[in-house]
Design a protein around this ligand. Structure first.
Ligand code: PAF
Length: 282
């Protein structure tokens, strides 16, 4: 695996592959890789000949009081994992390379509607940061396909909308969430959890699974959501939000909607956990 920290040499490699008629898949990450990230690389292999990954802790998607400084950085271990997964090239830019004029003067991408609620409301500016960096990385790598984990369900919808709205010739491949045996969705932020919190955290998914089961036969969303929230809080977490939404638009679910998603976020110690469950009521 070749590692590139500048745009020119990465582009030279990618254009050499293109001249050979090879298909390129892209897996953007912020590093601290776990099995969920590696499953993205594995999925990418099914769609392309060459796999390009990136590791960049994107300052634009962190709020002023968020964890950019403590966000786990494990570059050497990450590289070993990407090599073992058969990654062909890794892009590791610095913030100065990506945002040479500084964040304040950076052109940005705002994706309306799907960015608005849920994590978009709890983390103002977050999806602008995500859409901008993903757009910029797409322009640098120019992949045929790009893989994103469904753990960040709203992020996948934001990126899918951006690609559609801006006619980007890239297929977005959503990849199922990898979970611990406890049901906890894998996340780099699980590293913030103490042993005690690790025992509590799976109750987020447990409450969501309970809600999903109820929704198969009941439509009293408001009271059921309230009960699920109580379960999360009673387990020792603080619910940020839990909602039932239309799976694609992310608008609040209507009784006639058949494809739903339960979206939730909760604080557990220092970690803010997010999770989702898709429901097909057909
Ligand atoms: O999901 C992530 O790790 C990040 O939000 C992404 C897509 C790499 C953009 O920084």
């Amino acid at each position: 695996m070749n590692v590139y920290s500048d745009i020119q040499s990465l582009r030279a490699q990618i254009s050499a592959w293109r001249q050979q008629g090879l298909k390129i898949a892209f897996v953007p990450t912020m590093g601290n890789l776990h099995s969920g990230h590696i499953s993205l690389v594995e999925e990418a292999h099914k769609h392309a000949d060459k796999i390009v990954a990136s590791i960049f802790v994107n300052p634009m998607q962190f709020g002023a009081n968020e964890d950019i400084d403590s966000y786990p950085r494990t570059m050497d271990a990450d590289q070993q994992k990407l090599i073992a997964a058969g990654t062909d090239a890794l892009f590791t830019p610095t913030p100065d390379l990506i945002y040479p004029k500084g964040l304040d003067k950076q052109t940005y991408v705002d994706v309306p509607n799907v960015s608005d609620g849920y994590c978009g409301e709890s983390r103002p500016g977050h999806f602008r940061g995500v859409a901008t960096i993903v757009c910029k990385l797409f322009n640098i790598v120019q992949p045929d396909v790009a893989c994103f984990g469904l753990k960040d369900y709203q992020q996948v919808q934001v990126i899918q909308s951006m690609v559609e709205d801006l006619s980007m010739p890239i297929d977005i491949i959503p990849v199922e969430t990898m979970r611990e045996a406890s049901g906890l969705a894998m996340s780099s932020r699980n590293n913030y959890l103490t042993a005690e919190q690790l025992a509590i955290a799976p109750n987020l998914n447990k409450a969501m699974r309970w809600l999903a089961e109820q929704l198969k036969t009941a439509t009293d969303y408001v009271s059921l959501i309230e009960q699920a929230k109580e379960k999360i809080n009673a387990a020792g977490m603080k619910t940020d939000y839990i909602h039932v939404s239309h799976a694609r638009t992310l608008n609040p679910a209507q009784p006639q909607d058949k494809h739903l998603v339960i979206l939730a976020a909760a604080h557990c110690g220092k970690a803010r956990l997010i999770d989702n469950i898709q429901l097909n009521l057909d």
